[in-house]
Design a protein around this ligand. Structure first.
Ligand SMILES: [Zn+2]
Length: 372
């Protein structure tokens, strides 16, 4: 079953459909743009002002908020927003992207040029490689470590430097669908990270005995409740308080020299997303084999909701490109992890949903479903 207004299938985890066959991410989009049970953005913006006021009162040093950043269009815009619109003194914190592209690096430099202090945190690369492999093998997501890192390391900096506020970007559950209660929740805490932060059931404690000394990855453990209470740290989603508009962010940050891709990555459609992730096609190929949809679906759904493309046109595109990976890139990924192509295919196959795919003659997984 597919959503009537976007391209999400009901095989996407945590998605719900209403009686008209419309998914909850589309219902959120309607609420956001005032077409159904509208959100009162004025009230929410006032609520955000209160949070900022509290943070200013509690902060004991130069910084009064942290913005976790990758150098993508959204985090670049967010730094601008916190500094220039909300008149805060942000510290930008990056959790190093293990496969960062050259363009990703340049864009991160552009972000700093907005005029912000920046901490680039890099976990020991020997451990990172092991953790990428564990994420790939156990949960089918080589970026597991990145989800953990970006949702944890900035909270450590907030606790250690007594910075009471951490401002993340959009609320993914509101924008892309998720359990009803969490769609309207604006706080990112340990529970949220465990359930919705891309951890896929694998917790940092589970790494015990996997050739990882837990003492070496203390930065990946969420700070204790006591630490958080002591520094009065709260992490929130900016997209709960203001209308999240990736197209607007892109147009805006381009003025500062932020650059988009010249052509989309394989399996993707957008020129402005995941620019810093060299192996995004590998991750999305596995997602496609697990759930029957990939990155192109996510990206085109955003465009559909912003009325930039019709569902019909978007459907034609996803049929052609969703779930594809560049074989050269797959080889580079194998080289990075020091595994053979056969091992790689074996790991991929372990994640295939065989209700959705069947193995063809040449060993390729073929969809049993028809996208409509
Ligand atoms: Zn939908």
């Amino acid at each position: 079953m597919y959503c009537k207004t976007c391209l999400f299938p009901n095989t996407k985890p945590d998605i719900n459909f209403n009686s008209q066959g419309i998914c909850d991410s589309c219902v959120s989009a309607k609420k956001k743009h005032g077409l159904y049970k509208s959100i009162n953005w004025k009230i929410r913006s006032k609520q955000f002002d209160q949070i900022l006021k509290k943070s200013k009162n509690f902060s004991t040093n130069y910084y009064n908020c942290i913005v976790p950043v990758s150098g993508g269009k959204d985090s670049t815009w967010q730094v601008y927003a916190m500094k220039k619109i909300h008149k805060m003194r942000p510290l930008a914190v990056t959790f190093d992207q293990f496969d960062q592209t050259d363009l990703g690096k340049k864009n991160l430099e552009t972000l700093k040029e907005i005029g912000v202090d920046h901490v680039h945190f890099t976990l020991n690369p020997v451990l990172i490689k092991r953790l990428v492999k564990i994420g790939f093998e156990i949960v089918g997501d080589p970026y597991w470590i990145n989800h953990v890192g970006i949702l944890t390391v900035p909270i450590h900096f907030a606790c250690k430097f007594n910075i009471p506020l951490v401002v993340y970007g959009e609320n993914p559950l509101f924008e892309y669908g998720g359990p009803e209660f969490d769609r309207d929740n604006y706080v990112m805490d340990k529970k949220w990270r465990q359930q919705h932060g891309g951890m896929r059931g694998l917790r940092e404690d589970d790494l015990l005995g996997k050739d990882i000394d837990l003492e070496d990855i203390k930065m990946l453990f969420f700070p204790s409740d006591d630490e958080i209470r002591r520094a009065k740290v709260q992490a929130v989603f900016y997209g709960h308080f203001f209308k999240w508009d990736p197209l607007k962010h892109t147009e805006f940050v381009k003025k500062f020299g932020w650059r988009q891709l010249k052509k989309p990555q394989v399996g993707s459609w957008s020129l402005t997303e995941n620019i810093d992730m060299r192996f995004i096609d590998v991750r999305e190929k596995i997602k496609y084999l697990k759930y029957g949809y990939g990155r192109a679906t996510d990206q085109l759904n955003i465009a559909i909701k912003l009325n930039k493309i019709s569902r019909k046109e978007a459907l034609k595109i996803v049929k052609k490109i969703d779930g594809l990976a560049d074989p050269k890139n797959e080889k580079s990924f194998c080289d990075y992890l020091n595994i053979s192509r056969e091992k790689y295919d074996e790991i991929l196959s372990s994640f295939v949903n065989q209700d959705l795919f069947v193995k063809g003659n040449k060993g390729k997984w073929l969809p049993k479903f028809k996208r409509v």
